[in-house]
Structure formats: C-alpha cells, structure tokens
Design a protein around this ligand. Structure first.
Ligand code: ATP
Ligand code: MG
Length: 691
C-alpha cells in the first residue's frame, strides 16, 4: 500500500509487505517515485540527477523488489571502494543473498545479488553470457563513466552486450545528453527506456569565493572586489605599467578557516590537486583549533578502535595521521594504504573530522558529504599546462556540500587567484552546461578475440550498434570502423586468428552449452590464450607462446608482471638494475620489438608499454615475507600505489592460473606467486571481511 504524504510518496508501508524492515524511512521525492513506478512496470530506466539527490534509493528498490520475487540482480560500480561499501550496505540488509566480484575479491559469486566492477560484468558477457540467464536487472551506477578516457569503452561494451532479458537501471550525474544515450539504448536493444532527469538539489548550494583574501558572495562581487572590474588579469599584467598598480592580496588560509569556523560551516572537505599538497595543507591546518576536547576524546577512541580492527596499531603512517586526528583533521589520497583510507572515511562519517584535505577522487559516489566544500583551485595540471576543471567534475566535488537530513544548506568556497583564472572562466564553471557524454569506444584485443571466437570477421557488424557510431558521422565514423579493422588485422598478422573466409561467418551465440569452454576453430591457440587475459594481452601471450612464462619461478614471474603493469610517475627515480630485472628485461625485448613493429604497421596506439622494474626490489622483499613498512624504503612509490600494483599483479596471476588455455606448470607457478603476494594489507578480501 502506498501513502501520499505532503512531500511525496512514501514507500514505508508497501515495504512492510515485502520485508519486515521498511526499505527507507523517508518519503520519496517525486523523481524517485516516478522512477519506482517505471521499475514496477519492469521497464529499463535512465536517471540523471545531481550528486547526493538520492539515486541509490532506486538501486535499493530494484534490488528489494527483485529479491522478493526470486529474481536476480547485478549492481556495477566504477570503483572498488564503492563496490566494497555497497557490499557491506547490501549485506547488512540481505545477508547471504549478496555476493561481490571485483577482480580483487570474489565472495559468493552465484548469489542472487552480485556486486561487480563494470569490467567483470563486461568480461562475463564476453566469455559466457549464459551465466547471466537468471538475472533480471543490471544496475549501472555512475554510468557517466561512459566517457572516461581509458575505461569508458567498458561501459559501452557492457550496455551493448547486455542480453535482452535483462532490464537496465542506469544512474548518472547531471549530463546534458541523457535523452541521446537513452535513444541509443532503445535503438540497439529495441526496448523501451524511460528517462528521468532531475535538476533540483534537495539541499541547496551556496557558492562563495575567496579572492584577494576576501570572502565574496556573488560573481558580481567577485568581479568588482576580486577582479577589480576586469575580466582577465593575465592581460592586465602586461599593461600594468600604464595603469594604476593594484597589488593582489594572497588568499590566506587563516581567513578561510576563520570563516568556516565562525559561520558554523564545518565539517569541510578541502579539495586540492596533488597528494603532497594535500598532506602539507593538512599539517598546516593543524595549528587551528577546530575540535572540542569532548569531540576529540570520542574521535580518538574511534580512530584507535578502527586502527586496531584494520591491523594498523603499529603502522607509522597511521601513527602520524593520529596526530592530525587529535586536531580534528585528516588527509586522504590515492597514495595512502587502503586500510588507512578506510579508517579515515569511517571516522569522517561521524562528522568529528572537521576538515579533511583530499584529492579529487575522495568519496566518489560514496555517500560522504560535509557541510562545506573548499576548492583550492579550479585549474589543474594537465598534459599541456593548466586546464580549467570540467563542469561535471566541479559539480561532483561541489555537490558534496550539504548532507540531506543534517544540513539545511551546503556551502562551496572557491579559491580564486585572478592571475591564474579569468572571470569568464569562473562564470562558465558555475553556470555553463555540463559536458555531454561522448563515446570512448576502443575495444581491447581480448574483447575482439572473444567476439571473433563466435562471429569471425562478422563481429564488425556490431560497429553500427556502438554509441561511437551513433554519435559520429562521415570520416570520424569511418575512422572508428577502420581502427577496429586494423586491430583485427594486427591480430591476424601476429597469428592470433584463424583467418575467416566468408563462409565462416557463423553466428555461434554461445559455446558453453556443452559445458567447459573449448578452443574454437576461429582462434589459434595463441588467440585462445590471449582471449582470457584482460589487459597486457599481446606481450603476455608472446612470452607465453615462447615458453618464457612457464620457465620462470614464482618470484621472477611476479616481478615480470608487476613491471608490466607498473606506470612510473613523472620525475620518479630510475629503478635499480639487478640480474633478475636484467634477465626479464632482456626476455621482453624481442617480443616487444615484434609487437611495436606490428603496431606501427597497423597504426595502432598507444603502443604496448615497456616493463618498468621500479617495484622489483619491494616485491622481492614482500614475497620473502618482509613486513610492509620496509617496502617504501626499497622503492620510490607511495604505499597506496604499492598496494594497487601488487593487487593488479595478483589479478594477472589469477587470470594466468584460471585460464583454461594455460599450461599446468604456469598454473602452479602463478598460484604459488599469488599465495606469496596476497597476504596482509595486499589481501583485499581480508580487508573487506575486517570491516
Ligand atoms: N527522499 C529522500 N528523503 C530524505 N533523504 C533521502 C531521500 N532520498 C535519499 N536520501 C538520502 O540522501 C543521501 C544521498 O543519497 P545517495 O547517496 O543516494 O545520492 P546519489 O544521488 O547516489 O549521489 P551521488 O551522485 O553522490 O552518487 C543519502 O543519505 C540518502 O539516505
Ligand atoms: Mg550514488
């Protein structure tokens, strides 16, 4: 039974017929109710709504409704932290009915509700879509990732290959071309897709500026008192000699923090760009008194308890952070240990951390709002100098201000240096249209091999179904198709494909009805092996085919893999050369030369990257059971990055050991290496279970 309240429809009573616990304790907003009505008709749906407006409610609803009816659901998220949080949230309500598969972690993968990274969902579709025959809904959270430069193609392929019996719930931040994306899905799938666009933010946002060390409330004030009537100060610098000299007053942190404190606008998320700067600023802010002694006592106890739970009692970084915590301050960035990040995130939800200095990725999609948000700057370093933030990224960060149910309003402070940013740029960031989502279609070799396995060259027939095709015309469209063809040509030239004569344009929809997958007659054994690897397919396969992989011992194999995945940061120190790294580098030389030659010939970029051995020493120590804190002394890489690359190595090792195409020696070596690496802080599953 549904009840109409003053604020909208309430689901509370209806939920009681489905479960003993009400699904949500609040009345739904009209946009949520509209969405729920559509879900009730089992129709696919695309929802775009601002940050923090309550899109998760719709995912909750689909899940609750499906599980109650004995149907199955997949929920996909773009980042592992978000998947983990959802696993905990959903498990709290649905217990054993929830599973997770992220590449790092596999728990209960056949559960009625499975949380997956979008990559895993895409891979499942390619390898064996019949495994999804019993699922009725797929939820794509943060679906605007479709236009992520590197990963966007995964969303596009996932949507493209979703079988017709699975309904889609796509949840997106505010974007201008929702209708276009929905139309693409309608056309491709021949199914209805409803669209709901919500522009209203439930907690209103007030945007202010810090400029010339003053707090300014409007764009006009910014123009008058900040830019002194001019649009562009960079030109002004040149004409200054002829004009009356007016100095810039530097924006002081004291003034800003005093404003936040006196106006009761804490807790605050302070976004900056750069990990070092985040840490330095946090230490700088620790001189401000932000937290009462009572609050401090509670926060400290919580921090210590969480550190204990995550095995961080004697961790030096956690100890150092403890000093900041004593001041109600913390920092958070990708270079930190995942366990420490998690401790900080949990402390932050208590609202006792008054100020958190963080990089852009903080709490993306994870419900972790504050009363106010500060943007240190609105330009960030890009390949060619400094670039203005994207509208969408600005909104995502600014949108963190103001928590529903707790804050009547959210406040965003934008720090402006008129010498770096023009007034029209500020105005554009605030009021311009968010960037539309553009296709990033760029199939990996593994995707192509999996498609070729079933369709031969006829796989190119999928091209007119892509979002890329839908959004382009003329030469650009043609270039997209040719790029795909050239990749296939490369695979053929390198011996991955059995060339398909016109007669072999078969449409084998699935090969798993017969049980275990078998090598198809469309792929060579080389191609068959590569089709099980997602990423680094060419180099690994070339090495495998020459028996180089199977000849390695566990440490050498893992060292090679970590070098293949590792991407050195600019200006980092060159790695130490050891006999092992020399040997492995030598091993890669010839196959890489061959791959690069073909990549040049078929004009495919970016080229397969060279292995980089910066983590070789650290990995060796780790595999010989050294404690984690010693590793940072053995390499010029942040703790969080070490964990990330070791986990990527574990993932590759898992793929090598699981592929039905691999040889038994390699499988055993990979498993041995895996066991040696996947322990302690590297073991993502252990971390998930600790929480
Ligand atoms: N109708 C409602 N009434 C009151 N609170 C609500 C309502 N809907 C959602 N909320 C609350 O609003 C908060 C934000 O919701 P949610 O995380 O779903 O936002 P979102 O739209 O997914 O944002 P993001 O873009 O950050 O992912 C949650 O705490 C949720 O419980
Ligand atoms: Mg969300």
């Amino acid at each position: 039974m549904e009840v109409l309240t003053g604020q909208g429809w309430c689901y509370t009573m209806k939920a009681q017929t489905m479960s003993d616990l009400a699904l949500h304790s609040f009345p739904y907003d009209p946009f949520q109710q509209r969405a729920i009505d559509i879900i009730d008709q089992d129709r696919s749906l695309f929802v775009a709504a601002p940050t923090g407006s309550g899109k998760t409610v719709l995912a909750d609803y689909v899940i609750e409704r499906s599980l109650q009816r004995g149907q199955r659901v997949i929920y996909t998220a773009p980042i592992k932290a978000l998947s983990n949080q959802k696993f905990r949230d959903f498990s709290a309500r649905h217990g054993e009915e929830v599973g997770i598969m992220t590449g790092d972690v596999t728990i209960n993968p056949t559960a009625p509700l499975v949380i997956m990274t979008t990559e895993i969902y895409r891979n499942t579709l390619l390898e064996d879509a019949t495994r999804l025959s019993r699922y009725s809904w797929i939820i794509f959270d943060e679906v605007h990732y479709l236009d992520d430069q590197e990963r966007g193609t995964v969303w596009e392929e996932s949507i493209l290959f979703t079988p017709p019996h699975i309904n889609l719930l796509a949840l997106s931040a505010t974007i201008p071309n929702v209708e276009q994306l929905a139309q693409w899905i309608r056309d491709v799938h021949q199914r209805p897709v409803d669209v709901i666009e919500e522009t209203h933010r439930p907690v209103p946002l007030t945007i202010l500026f810090q400029c010339q060390n003053k707090i300014l409330k409007t764009l006009q004030e910014l123009k008058q008192s900040g830019y002194l009537g001019r649009d562009d100060w960079r030109q002004w610098r040149q004409v200054q000699r002829y004009d009356r000299y007016r100095p810039i007053h530097a924006n002081r942190f004291e003034s800003l923090i005093e404003e936040l404190r006196s106006q009761d606008r804490l807790p605050c998320i302070f976004f900056t760009f750069g990990r070092r700067r985040a840490e330095e600023l946090a230490w700088e802010f620790s001189r401000f008194p932000l937290i009462s002694s009572e609050e401090h006592r509670v926060l400290r106890r919580m921090f210590d308890e969480l550190c204990g739970r995550f095995g961080l009692n004697h961790d030096r970084s956690a100890e150092a952070l403890g000093h900041l915590i004593d001041h109600g301050i913390a920092f958070h960035h990708a270079g930190m240990l995942p366990t420490i990040k998690e401790v900080i995130e949990r402390c932050f939800t208590s609202r006792l951390i008054k100020l958190i200095v963080t990089t852009e990725t903080f709490a993306l999609g994870v419900n972790m709002p504050a009363r106010s948000v500060v943007l240190d700057t609105i330009k960030k370093r890009a390949n060619s100098g400094f670039e203005l933030l994207r509208r969408r990224d600005f909104q995502q960060m600014a949108g963190r201000a103001g928590r529903r149910g707790m804050d009547a309003a959210g406040f965003v402070y934008v720090r402006i240096n008129p010498m770096h940013v023009t007034h029209p740029e500020v105005s554009h960031l605030l009021h311009g249209t968010p960037e539309p989502v553009h296709s990033r279609f760029n199939t990996t070799y593994a995707t192509l091999l999996n498609l070729y396995r079933r369709h031969g060259r006829a796989l190119l027939n999928i091209f007119p179904n892509t979002l890329y095709y839908y959004q382009t015309t003329g030469p650009r469209r043609q270039a997209g198709l040719e790029f795909m063809e050239r990749k296939l040509d490369l695979l053929e030239a390198m011996g991955y494909l059995v060339p398909s004569p016109a007669s072999r344009r078969t449409d084998r929809t699935s090969d798993s009805e017969a049980g275990e997958p078998v090598p198809p007659d469309t792929l060579t054994s080389k191609g068959w092996f590569a089709s099980w690897l997602y990423g680094y397919e060419l180099l690994l396969t070339e090495l495998y085919m020459e028996h180089h992989l199977s000849d390695l011992d566990p440490i050498a194999l893992a060292t090679l893999l970590v070098a293949i995945v590792f991407e050195p940061r600019p200006r980092s120190l060159p790695p130490k050369v050891t006999p092992l790294t020399k040997r492995l580098e030598h091993l890669c030389q010839e196959p890489l030369a061959r791959i690069h030659k073909e990549e040049t010939r078929f004009r495919i970029g970016p080229k397969t990257k060279l292995p980089a051995f910066s983590l070789a020493g650290a990995l060796d120590a780790w595999m010989r059971n050294e404690p984690f804190y010693r590793l940072t002394k053995l390499c010029d890489v942040d703790e969080g990055e070490i964990v990330r690359y070791f986990r990527m190595t574990v993932q590759l090792l898992r793929q090598l050991s699981d592929t039905p195409a691999g040889d038994p020696t390699l499988r055993v070596t990979a498993q041995k290496a895996l066991r040696k690496i996947n322990r302690d802080v590297i073991d993502a599953e252990a971390q998930l279970r600790m929480g």
